[in-house]
Every structure is written in structure tokens, then in C-alpha cells.
Design a protein around this ligand. Sequence first.
Ligand SMILES: *[C@@H]1O[C@H](CO)[C@@H](O)[C@H](O)[C@H]1NC(C)=O
Ligand SMILES: *[C@@H]1O[C@H](CO)[C@@H](O)[C@H](O)[C@H]1NC(C)=O
Ligand SMILES: *[C@@H]1O[C@H](CO)[C@@H](O)[C@H](O)[C@H]1NC(C)=O
Ligand SMILES: *[C@@H]1O[C@H](CO)[C@@H](O)[C@H](O)[C@H]1NC(C)=O
Ligand SMILES: *[C@@H]1O[C@H](CO)[C@@H](O)[C@H](O)[C@H]1NC(C)=O
Ligand SMILES: *[C@@H]1O[C@H](CO)[C@@H](O)[C@H](O)[C@H]1NC(C)=O
Ligand SMILES: *[C@@H]1O[C@H](CO)[C@@H](O)[C@H](O)[C@H]1NC(C)=O
Ligand SMILES: *[C@@H]1O[C@H](CO)[C@@H](O)[C@H](O)[C@H]1NC(C)=O
Ligand SMILES: *[C@@H]1O[C@H](CO)[C@@H](O)[C@H](O)[C@H]1NC(C)=O
Ligand SMILES: *[C@@H]1O[C@H](CO)[C@@H](O)[C@H](O)[C@H]1NC(C)=O
Ligand SMILES: *[C@@H]1O[C@H](CO)[C@@H](O)[C@H](O)[C@H]1NC(C)=O
Ligand SMILES: *[C@@H]1O[C@H](CO)[C@@H](O)[C@H](O)[C@H]1NC(C)=O
Length: 525
Amino acid sequence: MMVSVPIEKASLSIVRLVLVLLLTIFFCFLGSASTSAEEAAALFKWKASFSNKNNSLLSSWILQPNTANSSNNVSKEIVASPCSWYGVSCINGSVNSLNLRDLSIHGTLYDFPFSPLPNLEYLDMSENGLAGSIPPQIGNLSKLIYLDLSINAFSNEIPREIGKLKNLQTLHLKGNFLSGSIHEEMGQLRFLSDLDLAANFLYGRIPPELGNLDNLVEVSMDGNLISGPIPSTFGNLNKLEALLLSSNNFSGPIPPSIGNLTSLHTLNLFYNNLSGSIPRSLGNLSNLSYLDIHRNQLSGSIPKKLGNLKALEYLDLSNNLITGSIPVTLAKNLSNLLFLYLAGNNLSGPIPQEVANLTELNDMSMAENQFTGHLPQGLCQSGVLTILDVDDNMLTGPIPRGLNNCSSLFLASFRGNQFTGKLSEMFGGVYPNLDYMNLSDNNFYGELSANWGRCPRLTTLKISENNISGRIPPELRNLTWLKELKLYSNRLIGDISKELRNLTHLNILDLYSNRLTGEIPKEFG
Ligand SMILES: *[C@@H]1O[C@H](CO)[C@@H](O)[C@H](O)[C@H]1NC(C)=O
Ligand SMILES: *[C@@H]1O[C@H](CO)[C@@H](O)[C@H](O)[C@H]1NC(C)=O
Ligand SMILES: *[C@@H]1O[C@H](CO)[C@@H](O)[C@H](O)[C@H]1NC(C)=O
Ligand SMILES: *[C@@H]1O[C@H](CO)[C@@H](O)[C@H](O)[C@H]1NC(C)=O
Ligand SMILES: *[C@@H]1O[C@H](CO)[C@@H](O)[C@H](O)[C@H]1NC(C)=O
Ligand SMILES: *[C@@H]1O[C@H](CO)[C@@H](O)[C@H](O)[C@H]1NC(C)=O
Ligand SMILES: *[C@@H]1O[C@H](CO)[C@@H](O)[C@H](O)[C@H]1NC(C)=O
Ligand SMILES: *[C@@H]1O[C@H](CO)[C@@H](O)[C@H](O)[C@H]1NC(C)=O
Ligand SMILES: *[C@@H]1O[C@H](CO)[C@@H](O)[C@H](O)[C@H]1NC(C)=O
Ligand SMILES: *[C@@H]1O[C@H](CO)[C@@H](O)[C@H](O)[C@H]1NC(C)=O
Ligand SMILES: *[C@@H]1O[C@H](CO)[C@@H](O)[C@H](O)[C@H]1NC(C)=O
Ligand SMILES: *[C@@H]1O[C@H](CO)[C@@H](O)[C@H](O)[C@H]1NC(C)=O
């Protein structure tokens, strides 16, 4: 007896506890079931608005239990939960994430349940066929931290209400038909770290307020119609690693404050209307590996300070109005450079010998400038040079011997300079990868090397307007992939009919102004 009282008391309290627990579970269950049932109904309504009704990828999005299956004794509410639907995840029975990327959804967001999904944090609807406007109700998704609507067909303006998404960290709207300007309300997205508005039809100016978003790590607005200046307030974005503003209509100078962005590794400003000189402060971007500012109206000289950019792998300054010579420090210090494009400026002086010590350099284009002097002696000494284009300069002297066995070479173009020397000594080697060679309009002399016929991939060979003599070597007939052969205005002699017969891919042939004889095979028309 002494023991039974506590046992009775204990069992009573256990019963009470179990009852309370059961009730709690019951009410919780009812609560979440009705929440999710509401969310399911709202999502289902949106699905019903799709223009493709039979989207098999969303076949799990159903409301009614399968009544034909009576052994499946499950209540309607549970079946109506969206939490097991494809692409839907829930927390505590409420929709938290919709991952609907690339599910062939064709429709609009006009029936999308913005208000009925109060707990949505993650929304990815990229790569579908969604069209129409982005509704202002998008601002009701107050918990949203991730929004990706890219690669759809959305049009009209980005709604100002997007500024209400105070927790947003990622905003991807790239690849739509969005137009209008970027509203200053976007400057309220204090936690935004990744903003991608590329490939739309946005115009107007960038609101300076975007310079307040100091959590931004990546900004991409490539391929729009945005004009006006790049805001100097961007100098505040001290976490920025990539700034991609190419192919717009930006004008004015590159703001010197960009030099404050010491985390920057990619700066793409090409295809704009930027003017003024390249700011010296860019030399402060010691992590920069990719700098592309080609096709602008930039003038002045290349700042010596760019020699500080030791991480640089890609440098494209081509098609601007840049003058002066290439700073030697640039060639000395940028030892990681893979691509160097300076074509289409007004650069002068010699190409520094130190360029040959850039042992990683793959591509180098210096065409259409006023460079003088000899090419650097050691070019291709590390055996990785693939593209070398020095067309239309005033370069003189022989081609460096190192190029004679530069087997990495794919494209080489020396047209329109004053190079001289016996061609077969400078280019007598065999180039297994060579596709394009242009030596026209120089002062080369001597005979053509038989080795041209041993370059298995050659499709273009141009040696016009030189002083080449002798016969066309019979080995040229091995160049079965040759499409273009230009040897006009030289002093070539002999019968050509046999040599050309095998060149079945040839569609451009210029041999005039030589002393050649024989018939051009009929196949060439
Ligand atoms: C279902 O959709 C596919 C394209 O997704 C379409 O080719 C087909 O005709 C549709 N079938 C019906 C019954 O609508
Ligand atoms: C009925 O439900 C059972 C168990 O869930 C399932 O295995 C069966 O395929 C269902 N039958 C039909 C006709 O849907
Ligand atoms: C789930 O709900 C419980 C009880 O209301 C709460 O304590 C918990 O924080 C919620 N979890 C999340 C991730 O919201
Ligand atoms: C949803 O957004 C619209 C447009 O911004 C607004 O008028 C409405 O009050 C919002 N509704 C809720 C419940 O927040
Ligand atoms: C850039 O940094 C300099 C100091 O290096 C500072 O004076 C200036 O205010 C900064 N500019 C911006 C726009 O952040
Ligand atoms: C560059 O700006 C000039 C005048 O500022 C304008 O006439 C021209 O159309 C612009 N170029 C491009 C490509 O937008
Ligand atoms: C580019 O911007 C200039 C003004 O800076 C404007 O006159 C011109 O119309 C714009 N061009 C385009 C194509 O938007
Ligand atoms: C660049 O760095 C130098 C010191 O190396 C500093 O004096 C200068 O203010 C910096 N410029 C900018 C724009 O940050
Ligand atoms: C530069 O890059 C390195 C390696 O990616 C990184 O550790 C470092 O923090 C970066 N420096 C700045 C100033 O961002
Ligand atoms: C080039 O590198 C040297 C050695 O690292 C350094 O002292 C010098 O400041 C650099 N020059 C420029 C212009 O950055
Ligand atoms: C290019 O530079 C030369 C002098 O080096 C100058 O005479 C010429 O006007 C310049 N051309 C352009 C388009 O700036
Ligand atoms: C290139 O590098 C080699 C060895 O690293 C050095 O001896 C030579 O002086 C350098 N040449 C130039 C032009 O800097």
C-alpha cells in the first residue's frame, strides 16, 4: 500500500501527460495541416494557370487523394500537403523553399501565391517559360533570401516593391526582357551579396544608392542599355569580387574609387562609351586577375602602376584611344599573364623585350598600333604561345628565331609591317597546330620553304606583297585543308597546275603579279 499510492499518482500524472501531449500533437497537426493545405491550394491554383496543363514534371502537384484507392485510408488534409510535392520543401509544415528550375513551366506569376507563402525563403524559377510582368506583390515574400527568375521571358519594369525584400541575399533576373530603369529602392537590399541583371533591356542610370549595398560580392549588369556614369559610390562596395558592366552605354570616366575594391578579381567594362584615362588607382587591385575594358573611348597612357597587378591573367585594353608606350614594369611584373590584348590603340615605341619572359602568355595581340623596333627575341621560348598578332604596325627587322620552332602556334599574323629577312630561315619549321599564317605586305625575300606543306592543319596562308622568289614547292599540295592561299605580288615562277590540284577545300586563291605559268585547275571555277 505504501508503494501503490505513488504508483497511482505517477500513473495518473503519466496519463495526464500523455493526454496533454496527444492534444498538443493533435492541435499542432491540425494547425500545420491547415497551413499547408492553404499553401497547397494556392500553389495548385497557380499551377492551373500554366499554359501547358500536362507538365509531367509537376505531376506530384495534386490536391485530391486518389479516391479509386480505398485501401489507402489517408485523410484529405495530409494528401493536400505540398511538402512532398516535387521541388517543394517545408519547415514546420509550411513551404520554405521552391526549387522549380528548368521544369518547363509556361505561364505567368499573376496567380502566384505571394501572400499565402509567408515562410518562403528560397525561390528558384529559373530556366522556364515564364512571361508577363514580375508582380509588385513579390515584395510580400518578406522572408525571402534567394530569388532566381533568370532565363525566362519576363518583361516590363523590375517592380519597386523588390526593395521590400529586406532579407534578400541573391537576386538573379538575368536573361529576360526586363526594361525600364533600375529603381533606387534596390538600394534598400542591405544584405544583397549577388546581383545579376545581365542580358535584359534595362536603360537609364544606375542609382547611386546601389553604392550602399556593402555586402555585394558580385554585380552583373552585362548586356543592357544602361547609360550615364558608373557611380563613384561603387567604391564603397568593399566586398566586391566581380563587377561586370560590359555591353551597355556607360559614359564618363572609370571612377578612380574602383581602386578601393581590393577584393576585386574581375572587372569587365568592355563595349561601353567610357572616356578619360585609365585610373592609376586600378594598380591597387592586387587580387585582380581579369581586366577587360576593350571597346571604349579611353585615352591617355597605360599607368605604370598596373605593373602591381601581379595576379592578372587577362588584360584587354584593345580598341580604345590609348597612346604612349607599353610600360616595361607591365611586362616585367605581370608574370601570370595568359592573354594580352592591346590592339587598335595608338600605342608606340617598341614592344618591350620583357614580354618574352611572360612564360604563361598564350595570346598576344598588338595589331593596329604604331609599334616600332624589333619583336622581342625570346618570344615563344616557353613554348605556349598560341596567338601572335602584330598586324599593321611599323615593326622592322627579322622575325625572332624562336618562332621558327614554335610548335604551339595556332594563329600568327605579321601583315603590314616592315619585317625583312630570308623567309625560309625565319619560318622554316613545321607547325603542327598552325591554322592561320599571314606574312603579307612586308619585305621578306628568298624561296618558300617546303615545310609549309608539312603543316597539317593550315587553312590560311598569305605571303602576298613581299619579295618571294622561286617556285611554289610541290609539297603545298599536301595542304588538303587549305581554304585561302594568297601569294600575289611576289616574284614566283614555274607551273602551278600540279601543285594546286589536290587543294579541294581552297576557295580563295590570289596569285596575280607573279611570273607563274600553267592552268588553274577547272575545279576552282
Ligand atoms: C503535353 O505537352 C507536350 C509538350 O510538353 C505536348 O507536345 C503534348 O501535345 C501535350 N499533350 C497534351 C495532351 O496536351
Ligand atoms: C493504392 O495504394 C497502394 C499503397 O499506397 C499502392 O501500392 C497502389 O499502387 C495504389 N493503387 C492505385 C490504383 O493507385
Ligand atoms: C519549428 O517550430 C517550433 C515550435 O513552434 C520552433 O521552436 C522551431 O524554431 C521551428 N523551426 C523552424 C526552423 O522554424
Ligand atoms: C502585397 O503586396 C501588395 C503590393 O505591394 C500590397 O498592396 C499588399 O498590401 C501586400 N499584401 C500583404 C498581405 O502584405
Ligand atoms: C576610396 O578610398 C579612399 C582612401 O583610400 C577614401 O578616401 C575614399 O573615400 C574612398 N572612396 C570611396 C568612394 O569609397
Ligand atoms: C557614345 O556616346 C556618344 C555621345 O555621348 C553617342 O553619340 C554614341 O551613340 C554612344 N555610343 C554608343 C555605342 O552608345
Ligand atoms: C547612349 O548614351 C548617350 C548619352 O550618354 C545617348 O545620347 C545615346 O542615345 C545612348 N545610346 C543608346 C543606344 O542608348
Ligand atoms: C592606392 O594605394 C596607395 C598606396 O599604395 C594609396 O596611397 C592610395 O590612396 C590608394 N588609392 C586608392 C584609390 O585606394
Ligand atoms: C585575395 O585573394 C586571396 C586568395 O583568393 C584571398 O585569400 C585574399 O583574402 C584576397 N585579398 C583581398 C584583399 O580580398
Ligand atoms: C614590380 O615588381 C617589383 C618586384 O616585385 C616591385 O618592387 C615593383 O614595385 C613592381 N613595379 C610596379 C610598377 O608595380
Ligand atoms: C596617334 O599618335 C600619333 C603620334 O604618335 C599622332 O600623330 C596621331 O594623331 C595619333 N592618332 C590618334 C588617332 O590619336
Ligand atoms: C628573362 O628572364 C631571364 C631568366 O629569368 C633573364 O636572365 C633575362 O634577363 C630576362 N630578360 C628580360 C628581357 O627581362
